[in-house]
Design a binder for this molecule. Structure first.
Ligand code: NAD
Length: 485
């Protein structure tokens, strides 16, 4: 049997095995089979990467903006060149349909790199004239060595969302993708070498949260941490960095509502979007609407149409273009999601469709597939409606009036994203202002503009990423006051 391909860390411009020579198994979720080995790096690898980033940071900070932008652009072009390979790899690593990786994940990684390459050339800082007495101007200087930590659900998409603004603003980066889906980030490391990034400017250390993430965020030379992942890990990072007053941007979990009012335009296309907002990427998108609130006067009619569409979703081999949903990302996550469905049953929830694992014959017989599941009959304070499941599970909740819808929607500890569907413009604006979420979509979902502030409130996050917010996060503002009289 030929040995499994081994991924490499990228440290100081060199592709390296972990110092401890320990490895993690990487499984293909669609088959349950091993297909690669990932470095199980430790604090020694982190130390080497942070030392390299610290050495590289001053040179990178003083590299002309145009040159930094050109390198990011070159990297985008290489990702675009390898789009098909990367899409296949992302699908193999995460279980998502290839067609989704091809149409969403990898194009979005290209867009992230291009967006921040362009943004940095357009960015300017402020000046404040204090009458005729003084002139203030603000320098926005890079921080030095920064950490970017990303999760498994949109692996390359979220990895590039962080490293692109960090690099564009002149920081040297130590990045850690999820150990569950490390493959495309490792490939990006190779492409960064091909693009010609100077050694140490982008370092990628592969391994677990305790093995790599923790020593990285605690490292005294790391000035800021941009993290996307679970609320539990976000809390651990907040604790680990608080006493050192590091900058943190924490993008965490959600329990997002989609609110459908009786007056909503429920055209087939809109209904399609509502279905997608629950089940895209197997429901493994932090922005998915897992609580579907529907006004009681249309509840039964809506439910019938909605269920018909959900039942038509095809779960299958991610390589099959006909598959709408692929496999869940890992055995552990499969167990979690199926356990949540069991809990919903024990809480008195009625399973309207799905509710079980799906067995796919042939190549995917050992895969971790779950049927799109719709549940009704649970109160908003049930664990099912309060805790993030992060899988293909949506609960239906009826409401009578706007006030009640807002109370249910706001009635969780999370506050990442909400979507609302109504033809009443005044209601749309009124509700949007009162929804306690960082992002509100009206009559749409996942319609993204990379310039907009992205992030959550309450247990969903601190800070905003995207556009100017990301450029601000990765720089320190220094005000300079010149006396004029
Ligand atoms: P996770 O918190 O388990 O892991 C995320 C990353 O943090 C991984 O790279 C992991 O190795 C690392 N990590 C784990 N422990 C660490 C520690 N102590 N110190 C530093 N790093 C550590 O999350 P996950 O299971 O990979 O991702 C799913 C979660 O991510 C869900 O809760 C989802 O809602 C959330 N998410 C949020 C957003 C957003 O933008 N708000 C986007 C995508 C996913």
């Amino acid at each position: 049997m030929s040995p499994l391909p081994a991924l490499s860390n990228l440290i100081d411009g060199v592709l390296l095995a972990p110092k401890g020579e320990r490895w993690l198994d990487v499984h293909e979720p669609a088959t349950g089979k091993l297909f690669a080995r990932c470095p199980d790096s430790d604090a020694r690898d982190v130390d080497a990467a942070v030392a390299a980033a610290t050495r590289a940071a001053p040179g990178w900070a003083s590299t002309p903006v145009e040159q930094r932008a050109r390198l990011l652009d070159r990297l985008a072009t290489l990702v675009e060149r390898d789009l098909e390979d990367l899409a296949q790899l992302e699908s193999q690593d995460s279980g998502k349909p290839v067609k989704l990786a091809r149409s969403l994940d990898i194009p979005r990684a290209v867009a992230n790199l291009r967006f921040f390459a362009a943004a940095i050339g357009q960015w300017s800082s402020e000046a404040h004239a204090t009458d005729a007495r003084a002139l203030n101007y603000t320098l926005r200087q890079p921080l030095g060595a920064v950490a970017c930590i990303s999760p498994w659900n949109l692996p390359l998409y979220l990895f590039t969302w962080k490293i692109a603004p960090a690099l564009a603003t002149g920081n040297a980066v130590v990045a850690k993708p999820s150990e569950v889906t490390p493959c495309t980030a490792a490939r990006l490391g190779e492409l960064a070498l091909e693009a010609g990034f100077p050694p140490g400017v982008l370092n990628i250390v592969l391994g677990t949260g305790p093995g790599v993430g923790q020593p990285l965020v605690e490292h005294p030379a790391i000035k800021a941490v941009s993290f996307t992942g679970s609320t539990r890990t976000g809390a651990a990072i907040a604790l680990a960095t608080a006493a050192k007053f590091k900058k943190v941007s924490l993008e965490m979990g959600g329990k997002n509502p989609a609110i459908v009012f009786a007056d909503a335009d429920l055209s087939d296309a809109n209904l399609e979007t509502i279905v997608r907002s629950g089940f895209a990427n197997q429901g493994e998108i932090c922005l998915c609407g897992s609580r579907l609130l529907v006004q009681r006067s249309i509840f039964d009619a809506f439910k019938a149409r909605y269920l018909e569409r959900v039942r038509a979703l095809r779960v299958g081999d991610p390589q099959d273009p006909a598959s709408d949903l692929g496999a869940l990302v890992s055995r552990a996550h499969f167990d979690k999601v199926t356990g949540c469905i069991e809990r919903a049953r024990s809480e008195g929830g009625r399973i309207l469709c799905g509710g079980d694992a799906v067995r796919i014959d042939g190549r995917c017989a050992g895969g971790w597939f779950v049927a799109p599941t719709v549940i009704e009959g649970l109160s908003n304070d049930s664990a099912t409606n309060q805790e993030e499941i992060f899988g293909p599970v949506v609960t239906l909740i009826p409401f009578d009036e706007e006030e009640e819808a807002l109370a249910i929607a706001n009635g969780t500890g999370y506050g990442l994203a909400a979507s609302l569907w109504t033809a009443d413009l005044a209601r749309a604006h009124r509700c949007a202002a009162r929804l306690e979420f960082g992002i509100v979509w009206i009559n749409c979902w996942l319609l993204r503009d990379l310039r907009t502030p992205f992030g959550g409130v309450k247990n969903s996050g601190i800070g905003r990423e995207g556009g100017v917010d990301a450029l601000r996060f990765f720089t320190e503002a220094k005000n300079i006051c010149v006396r004029l009289d």
